[in-house]
Design a protein. Structure first.
Length: 503
């Protein structure tokens, strides 16, 4: 079994996600969509204004206005969602309906006695104000704040003393008069509706997550790790100096490992091991990649510790025995399953966890089969890796809401089998996922300044297992111990050693 990509790549990807923390993918997406809705409204009302002034409607230009927002390939919504990380996805039709209803409402209120230059000017002004306000709301969604001075400028262009409506009414010849306040209310209500439709972060209420499923004690022990539980994270078999399998009787897992903790004193040993459910081929008969590591689980239990089953859920790893099933599904659906390669691992690809062609259902079915093996092997809990696709460059339109649905389904899947479950990374969604998960497993929160996002787990009495690769014990351990996180220092290859427990 080669070096597990899931650890090293998350180090890289978390760095990418953290570097753009000032403006999240969800904020960027919402900003793009809000701005696009305003542009479409202004575009359509500009064309309506021409018709109100006596011109003939141009269906080609009308379609061009619509396509700016909703074209499935080149429209602003499709482009925003293709970048990934939107709070919600697939909402172009709904937002387009809101825009069209607003445009029809304004046009219906002002298309009186036309052709009429005054009515045309008022229609055009309504579109300009809507776009003006939504540009400012887009900046606000991106995290730059709402400039109330500029908001007032947008308002005054339509309804101020020198605004379009006052100016046109003063010149005479209008079919409607003193209607600035009425149109202004329509514009403001439309702006509010668009902003409300484009949240900058998803919630389970928005995503319509399944209800949390309690761990089924009739199906399994539902072991809950104590708040203070010392972990080991080993995803590769220990090797002898010659490169052969070490600790063959325990599937390559060193259950005799001990070390003096950072706080000093006598050597200590792990109290829970996070290992793959499959034996590293270097330790499997015939070099097979399809042998369950029951020997490792049994040895861990004999040592008085517990075992967490590592399951990759969000990417396709070519060395997995069920890899061909993923390839076959992707071929059958015309390439709907695989996204871009994971950074640093060209053969491992992100999976499309949307369900428009049954992708999520297929993935959950494969994961379900893997977890069945975890349960049969005697594991006490499970962790699902690569469950934060939305902020990463997957090449797939994975929204925050889609990620919430996927992650909560995974947690419920484990609980239905009597296994407790850990949330791997995905620190941005901790608040929504906390009710579903029994503990947290995090890589490099100290390195990327994200450890405080895990505090809700600790406050709920649920342990946090922290792994650091690049930061020294003198920096990691005092902070982790002070916060009551269970931290260890490892190298990214995740052999048995090095292993430095903080306490």
């Amino acid at each position: 079994m080669s070096i597990r990509p899931t650890t090293l790549i998350l180090a890289t990807l978390l760095a990418v996600a953290t570097s753009s923390r000032a403006t999240t993918p969800g904020q960027q997406c919402a900003a793009s969509k809000i701005k696009a809705a305003g542009k479409k409204a202004a575009c359509l009302l500009y064309l309506d204004a021409k018709v109100a002034g006596g011109a003939t409607a141009d269906p080609i230009k009308l379609q061009q206005c619509a396509d700016r927002l909703s074209d499935p390939e080149k429209g602003a919504f499709a482009r925003a969602e293709a970048r990934g990380g939107c709070a919600v996805g697939g909402d172009a039709v709904a937002v387009e309906g809101t825009v069209d209803a607003f445009v029809a409402d304004v046009y219906g209120a002002l298309n009186i006695g036309t052709p009429n230059a005054c009515q045309a000017a008022k229609i055009r002004a309504a579109g300009k104000k809507a776009s003006c306000l939504l540009v400012l709301q887009a900046k606000n969604a991106a995290g730059h704040g709402l400039d109330m001075g500029k908001v007032q400028v947008c308002e005054d262009q339509l309804s101020g003393p020198d605004g379009t409506f006052a100016r046109e009414d003063a010149q005479g010849g209008c079919a409607t008069t003193n209607d600035a306040a009425t149109i202004e209310m329509k514009v403001d209500a439309f702006v509010d509706a668009i902003v409300a439709a484009e949240p900058t972060a998803a919630t389970c209420a928005i995503a319509e997550c399944p209800a949390p499923l309690a761990c089924d004690t009739m199906a399994g022990a539902c072991w809950q790790p104590p708040l203070q539980t010392r972990p080991q994270y080993q995803l590769q078999a220990a090797h002898t100096p010659s490169g052969d399998c070490n600790f063959a009787a325990s599937g390559g897992i060193d259950t005799s490992i001990s070390a003096v903790p950072f706080i000093g004193g006598a050597p200590v040993s792990p109290e829970v091991y996070d290992i793959d459910f499959l034996t590293d081929p270097v330790c499997a008969a015939g070099g097979s990649n399809d042998v369950d590591n029951t020997a490792g689980v049994n040895a861990i239990h004999t040592a008085g510790a517990k075992a967490i089953c590592y399951v990759d859920a969000g990417t396709d790893e070519p060395f997995r025995p069920d890899h061909q099933d993923y390839v076959d599904f992707d071929t059958a659906c015309g390439g709907c399953l695989f996204g871009k390669p994971v950074a640093g691992f060209r053969e491992e690809r992100w999976l499309n966890i949307n369900d428009d062609q049954g992708q999520r259902s297929f993935i959950l079915g494969k994961v379900d089969a893997r977890v069945d093996r975890c349960k049969a092997d005697g594991f006490d809990a499970v962790e699902f890796d690569n469950v934060e696709a939305y902020p990463n460059p997957t090449g797939l339109p994975i929204s925050e809401a889609t990620q919430l649905v996927f992650n909560t389904a995974l947690a419920n899947l484990a609980h239905a089998k009597g296994l407790t479950v850990g949330l791997k990374n995905d620190v941005a969604q901790v608040a929504e996922l906390l009710p579903y998960f029994d503990f947290a497993i995090n890589e490099q929160c100290q390195e990327f300044g994200e450890c405080s996002t895990l505090d809700p787990f600790l406050a709920a009495g649920k342990p946090v297992f922290q792994v650091e690769y690049q930061v020294g014990a003198g920096t990691v351990c005092p902070a982790a111990n002070g916060a009551n996180r269970n931290a260890i220092l490892k190298s990214v290859d995740l052999f048995d050693t090095p292993w430095t427990p903080c306490r």
